[in-house]
Design a protein around this ligand. Structure first.
Ligand code: PLP
Length: 398
């Protein structure tokens, strides 16, 4: 939400008016970090504003509570239809991290847990003792290894993301689900980056569960969902409490946030139209010596991972930020420090794992954004090349 100051002589208007009609904030001028958070979609803004005017706890039995509940259940129905589950099999959470943690807590108990080497921290942290499934140089999980791991000791819970947050690489999730099925195992899919960008349907993927997040598809931060196959739908909660979400997640649901989540999901769709802009950004960076990580396999059309050999990711992010372009380094800790990317490391990219930035185009990206990025990137690369002694420069990875 924006903090709105009313100018002295301006008549006061209802707050919702400002929320709906204020032009979208564009700061920094060029925002290319959609995989961190997407800009709010206009339909989501309207849905939030309308729902904020409804006072009521969705668990209350009186009319006000029922009105709030109606908004929440409409959102549940829309999201369930969009992502291939029954409404009763969708559990609202606070976001993608909690949805992943809930799935692993509920479905991993008593089972061996196997996770892809490039999974997000949300999965890694929730499965500390997990067996790691290796990926190839393009970041694609090795399904032969998966089959032999499952053959050794079923049943397991396997966690494989649909699209990677750093490279955009799309995993062969439906194939993995078939292998899991053969060995009586379950597949949890982290679809946080895929949802709203490529076809994402639990039934079609054949997974047991799937996590999505509102702010990654143009809704507000603060809501996510765990979708469950009907056979595993009655799970134990990670957070107990008031019995909300059919006893699977305690805590009063944020109705307005959920309304915005569903509205954003309905307007989000195919990010494929962003591919020409992504390719244009890539060509500009490659012309300056950048290497595209994971560029030879199917990827999200909005995402590219660009390594500049010999230049630390953090240095690049800061230089671009000073030029008014927001991108991110592969893996930023909550402290704001940049760590070497475990994703690129797992892909065997050696030192490039500390030298790659992620450019992720938002749904409203324009050609002008990409041109501004290209200009800032080439100025940065030229300056850093001048400042980096020849001895420190590398052009190829080992
Ligand atoms: N999974 C993936 C692949 C992500 O990229 C993220 C966030 O970056 C998460 C999970 C966590 O989602 P949230 O920020 O909604 O907790």
């Amino acid at each position: 939400m924006y903090i709105v100051r009313t100018r002295a002589r301006e008549p006061r208007r209802p707050r919702a008016h400002y929320i709906v009609h204020m032009p979208p904030a564009r700061f920094p001028p060029v925002y290319l970090d959609a995989n961190a958070t997407e800009p709010l979609r206009p339909d989501a803004r309207v849905a939030i504003a309308e729902a904020l005017d409804v006072t009521g706890n969705p668990s209350s039995v009186h009319g006000a509570g029922r009105a709030a509940r109606r908004i929440m259940e409409d959102a549940r129905e829309a999201l369930a239809a969009r992502f291939g589950v029954r409404p009763a099999d969708l559990v609202f959470t606070s976001g993608g991290t909690e949805a992943d943690a809930l799935a692993i807590h509920a479905l991993g108990g008593g089972r061996r847990v196997i996770i892809g080497a490039t999974e997000h921290e949300a999965v890694r942290a929730a499965a500390p003792g997990a067996t790691i499934l290796p990926v190839d140089r393009n970041g694609t999980a090795d399904l032969d290894v998966l089959a032999s791991l499952l053959g050794e000791r079923p049943p397991a819970l396997v966690c494989l993301m649909l699209a990677n947050n750093e490279t955009g690489v799309i995993q062969p999730v439906a194939d993995a689900a078939r292998i899991c099925d053969r060995y009586g195992s379950w597949l949890h899919v982290d679809a946080v980056q895929a949802a709203g960008r490529i076809a994402t349907d639990l039934k079609m993927l054949g997974a047991a569960s799937m996590a999505i997040s509102s702010h990654k598809l143009g809704g507000p931060a603060g809501a996510g969902a765990l979708m469950l196959a009907s056979e595993v739908s009655s799970i134990a909660p990670l957070i107990a409490g008031g019995g909300q979400e059919r006893g699977r997640r305690g805590g009063t649901q944020p109705v307005a946030v959920i309304a915005g989540f569903a509205a954003a999901a309905e307007t989000s769709g195919d990010a494929g139209t962003l591919a020409p802009l992504r390719d244009r950004a890539e060509r500009a960076a490659v012309a300056c010596g950048a290497v595209v990580c994971g560029g030879e396999v199917p990827r999200l059309a909005n995402t590219t991972s660009l390594a500049l050999p010999g230049v630390r990711a953090e240095t690049q992010v800061i230089a671009l930020d000073l030029a008014g372009v927001a991108v991110s380094a592969g893996a930023a800790c909550s402290s704001g420090k940049v760590a070497r990317s475990h994703v690129l490391h797992a892909m065997g990219l050696g030192p490039l794992a500390g030298e790659a930035i992620r450019v992720s185009l938002p749904w409203n990206a324009t050609a002008a954004d990409v041109d501004a990025f290209a200009a800032a990137y080439s100025r940065m690369a030229l300056r850093l090349a001048r400042e980096t002694p020849d001895a420190d420069r590398r052009t190829l990875v080992d």
